[in-house]
Design a protein around this ligand. Structure first.
Ligand code: FAD
Length: 222
């Protein structure tokens, strides 16, 4: 078995260009394309968001890849409008094969801080892996083996949202009401979006008490 920390990889984007593209689309409404200057997107976007004229944000999208747990994608895939997902399938991936290093990967639950509870979790995951391999070696299909896989199993997830949906997802999913594994991934993403597109994301609150040392590593896609 392998214990992994979550990772989030963001496609390369130019935040200013995204905001300028949204401005150009939005100005169609008022036929005020002639008012575009190098910085006019700033006020325009703030005004649109204040008035709830948010559909204009749907003209642009950003893709991220996450190494996360079933825990995480089970919650995130509840977002239906403006979000698209492609997710590693436990129906087709046979973790007993060389391609998967003959092991099951789990997301390390750093937030289980009590050593006894962590030891219980670890023991349980080891047993699950052992019995998965026993069944797989006995020619059980991944469809059959996967019935015993728990929430902690790691998966690759590709998630694309338009900017309006990212705003909505991040507004909902960075608070202290949200599962810690989602906060691990989405708080760093929100902080990046705040830096690159402040006119859209700056006012979104997040759990500022969440331990920074638990933040997922954030990478830029090659
Ligand atoms: C802290 C927290 C706890 C939660 N706990 C639970 C739980 O215990 N059990 C559970 O089942 N779920 C739970 N959820 C999931 C939640 O109920 C939503 O399903 C999830 O957040 C997706 O958000 P959304 O509905 O805004 O969908 P999105 O797909 O992100 O939709 C965006 C927006 O589009 C509009 N929209 C989308 N679909 C429709 C529609 N069919 N009709 C009308 N308008 C629509 C809405 O305005 C919506 O806000 C929880 C979510 C959070 C953040």
């Amino acid at each position: 078995m392998k214990l992994l920390d979550p990772v989030i990889e963001v496609e390369k984007y130019d935040g200013i260009q995204i905001m300028k593209n949204i401005e150009r689309a939005c100005r169609t409404c008022y036929r005020s394309e002639d008012k575009i200057t190098d910085t006019s997107y700033q006020n325009l976007l703030k005004n649109c968001i204040n008035r709830g004229h948010e559909s204009v944000l749907e003209h642009e999208k950003i893709t991220v890849r996450m190494l996360c747990s079933i825990n995480t994608y089970k919650d995130l895939t509840r977002h239906r409008a403006g979000a698209s997902f492609s997710i590693e399938s436990t129906r087709y991936c046979n973790y007993s094969k060389d391609k998967f290093d003959n092991n099951i990967k789990f997301i390390n639950p750093v937030y289980i801080t009590d050593p006894n509870n962590y030891a219980c979790w670890l023991e349980c995951m080891k047993n699950i892996e052992t019995f998965y391999m026993v069944m797989a070696n006995n020619k059980a299909t991944p469809d059959q083996c996967r019935t015993m896989l728990p929430h902690s199993v790691a998966a690759e997830v590709c998630m694309t949202c338009n900017i309006r949906e990212w705003k909505h997802v991040l507004e909902l999913r960075c608070s202290n009401k949200v599962h810690p594994e989602i906060r691990q991934l989405l708080i760093p993403l929100l902080l990046k979006f705040k830096e690159d597109m402040p006119e859209i994301f700056d006012t979104i609150p997040y759990d500022e008490d969440f331990p920074k040392e638990w933040y997922a590593e954030i990478k830029i896609m090659k």
